[in-house]
Structures are given as structure tokens and as C-alpha cells.
Design a protein around this ligand. Structure first.
Ligand code: F6R
Length: 605
């Protein structure tokens, strides 16, 4: 999704902005641009835009330098209104002002009609352009440019994180935020802006995560921020981490590959302090579980697959009804919510618009809420009643891997906590669960020979007309996740199915051009799943069996280890599926970390 960076200071502004936008690249974008106000005189604002990668923008600016004091704003755009063209790339310009924006202005059409009827000419098809024209119109009569900016923002409906610079206020940045992330950071007198702290690390010393509805302006060494009633707010900064190195690739070819290997370490971190004295010890207050007779799990994409996995765990271990909702469907279905439900949202980024909205709805209905999230200070974390952080560290690959693993761990821990509070788990079972949990970091610590084997098999799968990933019970959401990973980074058609559902329709597709990736754990419904796979083999589908038990009908076989606990098998098979998608994508020559059309943080609905 779009990224925003801004800077006030004397560093070379082009490099600060490109460097900052590079850190946001993993979120996905299709064009980029920046505007720089520098030099002695306020008449100097230069702007540049380019379609495609940041490199194209850099190349366009190769002869430009911006030494000395100045102000700059930069943006990576992921098209929502209007095609990914140079004209539609940000910044958008008026006669003397420039604006960048993340989010969607819902009433832009009405504002555009109004401005056009007053003779304003629009050059882009974006919703963003209304901001700069509204500003310049109000600035004709307002007491000051910032007053004009306040009047502008008051007219906007929808989601926005926006920065505006204008020759009418030399050296200043005007900013506003609603339902899209925006952070302001400082280092001495220098001021930075960004839509994510990833681009601020190493630049700013401390940061303020802005709340919805705020508006403000900043110049060298001075920031003023107002709440939605235009009451001045106390500035409250927190220290930013200093180490940029942690987000680099560490010798792996792709961030996704590094993140697959990191899973053992991040799961250990996720468990740290949470399993103590043969008990689950969570940071969430026990009160949140009081009187609860249902858990509603709500999320999108991979996080939704973690939710489905958890629904099995909650029902089986904690003996509590668990319902799963896709956040993008939840918003408009007029959901019937029960006061005794605990509403749990799951999100890597903490900024997914649909999940955030679902959380707001649950809160409005007075439900107890909880977030399982990877990004501290994100919008979802700030809104949820209780929070469990997944502690996976920055996830840069667009295709989620370590975030999923840690989400499932957190949800497993929660189900155990709830089982204990509800008195439905005996000591022996609890000890067995905890033993299995503690062992997961070694389960996902895989031998590189596994990757080598999958790399060799991957060449079999570059053609054909599709993939079915099948499994039962918790291996069904894992099958969904395996299929999503493959789709995302290899662009091959793949579907996840409960193995028992194949004969209700999908088996009609079975032939020698169809690949079936069968999850055959030995600890859960082995015989049942095996019969489903045999039905496919009988119709000449290509079978890849992932199992600790040799499967004579398989065309390819990936042998996993034997465990006693289904969750151990779950996590090992998760690794196999992640590597499977990775190696196929690499063989196809795709951009593994930044697959086409996708964004890391989906901040629009
Ligand atoms: C898949 C993927 C997406 C996200 C989804 C939700 O690899 O990354 O499907 O899982 O967009 O994002 P979060 O978890 O940030 O709410």
C-alpha cells in the first residue's frame, strides 16, 4: 500500500526521501514521487515522479541535488483511483502547493465537482488532488496558510494520512491523519514523517504515533499538533529503536527466505515468559475472559488462516464455541454480536482497514476485544481492549510467513489459558500441550537439506493447470495457507480444500495436469485423509504427499518427521509449504518479496 515520508532539515533531501521510501518498498507500490522545497527563496519547489520502481525516480533525479536547509515530501503509490501513471503519482500539485496522501477520500467526487464548478482544472484521476486545490482555494481568504489547511481537512471524509507543503509557508509541513497511519519523529531540530517507523529507524531519535483526527504543522525545531476539536495537544514522543541492521537480508536471497529461517527464533521469543512453571502466563488480564461463552476470530488473508486454525484449538482444548469471520465480509453483514463473546482480531500489520473496522464495530457493540498483532503502536493495537504481540519482528516479505507462525502460537497459548480458566483441561493434557509448545522452535529449525530437496522437486510444478492443497482439521487451514502462498508469489492457480470436500465437486478437475499437495499427518485423521487422496490418485491427478508415512501412490513424496502432537506436524508442514512456494517462485524468476499487485499493509478496504 502507499507509503509516506517527509523531512525538514539540512541533510541531502533527495537521499533522505528515497532512503525512507526504500524501507517502505516491501508494502507494494506502482509509482513514486517527491517534492522538495529548498534554497534561499520560497519560489524553489522541485518535483519528480516516476512509474515503477524507486530506481526510476532516482534516475530521473540524478542531476538534482538539494543541499542546505529545506523541506521534502515523498510517496510510493498503490493505485486506488486512477491507473498507475506518472500523472496519478503523488505529489499532486496546485499552483504553488504539493500534497501526498495515503488512504481514500470518500467524498472526493463531490469536492471535485464543487471545485470544477469554480473553474479549477484537475489533471489527475486521483481522489488526492482535491486536497491541494481545496487548500489553495481556502488560502485566498484564510488568515494564514495553516488556517486554510484546517478548513481543507475539515471538508474531507474517509481515510487519510497526508502531508502538504506550500510556497505560502516556506520551510513548513502541514499534516493530518485519520484512519491511516502517520508518525512524526525528531532528531534535534530535524523532523521526519512516515507512515511506518521502519523508515525512521536510524534517522529520528524519538517518534510520536499520531491519533485519528489530528492535524498539525511543523517547521525546523517546532511541531504543533491539534486534536479533532482543534485543541492543542501535548507532544508525547517515545524512543525509536536504533538498529537498522535487523531489517536486512543477512545473506539470504530474499526477505521471505530469511523470514522462513527466522521462525525458530521468533517462536522462541513469542513463547518467552508466556510458558512458566508448567502454566500459561499471558500479559492479558484474566478479566477479559470473565463470562465469555464464545470466541469470535476476525482477520484477513493469512491471518484469517491463523484464525481458522485457532477455531479448532479453542473448541477442542478450551471447549468454547469459536466462530471465524473474514473481516472484509464482516463490516457490511450487519453482524449479530452477543455480549458474552470475546472478539479477537488477528493482524500482522495492525493497519488492515477491514480488520480495524471490524474491531471498531465490536467495540461499538460493547464486546470485550483483543488483538493478536505484530506491530506495536499500530492502529489495531491502540484500539483493542487487550493485546498479545506476536514478537515476530519486522516482516518484509509481502507473503507472510513468520507472522503466521507466531499468530498460531499466540492463539494456541490463548486456548490453553482459556481451558485452564474454564477448568476443562486436566493436568496431564496441559503438560503434554506445553511440552509440544516448547518443542516448536526445534520443529521449525529445519535442515537446509529439506530446502535442497524441495528446490529439486520444484521443477515438476512450473506448468499444469492448477494445484489443490488438501488437508483435514487444522491441516485444512494450513492447506489454505499453502495455496495462498503459492498463488501470491508464483502466480499459479492454487486452491485449498478440506480433503473430504473433494468428492463434492472439485474432483471433477482431476487429471494429469492437476497437482494435489496432500497433507497427511500421522497424528490426525491419517486414514481418512489417505482415502481422500487415493480417490484423486485413481483419477490420475499428480499427488505430492507430505507425510511422515510413505505413501505408495504419490508421484512426489516429502517426508516429514514423526511426532506425537498434531501441532508439531502442523508446524513442520507449514515450513514445507512455505519453502515449496518459495522455490517454485524463484524458478519462475518472480519477485519473491514484492509480488505483483500485492501490498504488505492493506490500509484501504
Ligand atoms: C498473505 C498476506 C495477506 C495478509 C492480509 C492481512 O501472505 O500477507 O493475506 O495476511 O492482507 O494482513 P494483516 O495480517 O497485516 O492484517
Amino acid at each position: 500500500m502507499c507509503g509516506i515520508v517527509g523531512y525538514i532539515g539540512s541533510k541531502e533531501k533527495k537521499s533522505v526521501i528515497i532512503g525512507g521510501l526504500k524501507e517502505l518498498e516491501y508494502r507494494g507500490y506502482d509509482s513514486a514521487g517527491m517534492a522538495i522545497m529548498s534554497g534561499e527563496c520560497c519560489s524553489d519547489i522541485h518535483y519528480f515522479k516516476a512509474v515503477g520502481k524507486l530506481e526510476n525516480l532516482s534516475n530521473k533525479m540524478s542531476d538534482f541535488s538539494s543541499e542546505g536547509f529545506g523541506v521534502a515530501i515523498g510517496h510510493t503509490r498503490w493505485a486506488t483511483h486512477g491507473k498507475p501513471t506518472e500523472i496519478n503519482a503523488h505529489p499532486h500539485l496546485g499552483e504553488y502547493s504539493f500534497v501526498i496522501h495515503n488512504g481514500i477520500i470518500e467524498n472526493y467526487k463531490e469536492l471535485k465537482d464543487e471545485l470544477e464548478s469554480q473553474g479549477v482544472k484537475f489533471i489527475s484521476q486521483t481522489d488526492t488532488e482535491v486536497i491541494v486545490h481545496l487548500f489553495e482555494r481556502y488560502n485566498k481568504t484564510a488568515k494564514s496558510p495553516f488556517e486554510a489547511y484546517k478548513q481543507t481537512i475539515a471538508r474531507l471524509r474517509g481515510a487519510y494520512a497526508t502531508l502538504l507543503i506550500t510556497k505560502a509557508a516556506y520551510g513548513e509541513v502541514f499534516f493530518a491523519k485519520n484512519a491511516a497511519p502517520l508518525i512524526v519523529a525528531k532528531n534535534g531540530d530535524e523532523i521526519y514523517f512516515s507512515s511506518s517507523d521502519a523508515s525512521l529507524i536510524g534517522l529520528g531519535k524519538e517518534a510520536m504515533y499520531l491519533e485519528d483526527g489530528v492535524i498539525g504543522h511543523a517547521k525546523l525545531g517546532a511541531i504543533e499538533i491539534f486534536d479533532k476539536n482543534l485543541k492543542a495537544l501535548q507532544l508525547s514522543f517515545t524512543e525509536l529503536p536504533k538498529d537498522k541492521g535487523y531489517a536486512q537480508k543477512d545473506g539470504y536471497r530474499f526477505f521471505m527466505e530469511k523470514e522462513i529461517y527466522e521462525q525458530s527464533q521468533v517462536i522462541s521469543e513469542c513463547l518467552m515468559g508466556r510458558v512458566k512453571d508448567d502454566n500459561v502466563n499471558l500479559e492479558v488480564s484474566d478479566d477479559v475472559f470473565d463470562g465469555i461463552d464464545e470466541v469470535v476470530l476476525c482477520a484477513c488473508g493469512t491471518s484469517y488462516h491463523a484464525a481458522i486454525t485457532a477455531s479448532y484449538l479453542f473448541e477442542r482444548i478450551a471447549k468454547i464455541r469459536a466462530k471465524v469471520e473474514i473481516a472484509s465480509e464482516f463490516r457490511y453483514k450487519e453482524p449479530l454480536l452477543k455480549p458474552n463473546s470475546l472478539f479477537i482480531v488477528i493482524s500482522q500489520s495492525g493497519e488492515t482497514a477491514d480488520t480495524l473496522e471490524a474491531l471498531k464495530i465490536a467495540k461499538e457493540h460493547g464486546l470485550k476485544t483483543m488483538a493478536i498483532c505484530n506491530v506495536d503502536n499500530s492502529s489495531i493495537v491502540r484500539l483493542a481492549g487487550e493485546v498479545m504481540l506476536t514478537r515476530a519482528g519486522i516482516e518484509k516479505g509481502v507473503a507472510s510467513t513468520k507472522a503466521f507462525a507466531t499468530q498460531v502460537i499466540c492463539l494456541w497459548l490463548l486456548s490453553l489459558k482459556l481451558a485452564k480458566l474454564r477448568n476443562v483441561i486436566d493436568e496431564k493434557t496441559m503438560l503434554n500441550e506445553l511440552k509440544a509448545l516448547r518443542n516448536i522452535p526445534s520443529v521449525v529449525h529445519f535442515d537446509p537439506k529439506l530446502q535442497e530437496r524441495i528446490y529439486r522437486l520444484a521443477k515438476h510444478y512450473l506448468h499444469g493447470h492448477g494445484f489443490f492443497f488438501i488437508g483435514r482439521d487444522i491441516f485444512y487451514p494450513l492447506a489454505l495457507e499453502g495455496a495462498l502462498k503459492l498463488k501470491e508469489i508464483s502466480y499459479l492457480h492454487a486452491e485449498g480444500y478440506p480433503a473430504g470436500e473433494m468428492k463434492h465437486g472439485p474432483i471433477a478437475l482431476a487429471d494429469d495436469g492437476l497437482y494435489t499437495i496432500a497433507l497427511l499427518p500421522s497424528t490426525l485423521l491419517y486414514e481418512k485423509t489417505k482415502s481422500n487422496v487415493e480417490e484423486l490418485a485413481a483419477r490420475d491427478a499428480n499427488i505430492t504427499a507430505i507425510s511422515p508415512v510413505a505413501f505408495e501412490l504419490s508421484d512426489d513424496f516429502i517426508q516429514t518427521n514423526t511426532y506425537e502432537h498434531p501441532m508439531s506436524e502442523f508446524f513442520e508442514m507449514m515450513i514445507v509449504l512455505q519453502l515449496f512456494a518459495l522455490e517454485i517462485s524463484i524458478r519462475l524468476g518472480n519477485d519473491v518479496d514484492m509480488p505483483r499487485n500485492l501490498a504488505k499493509s492493506v490500509t484501504v478496504e
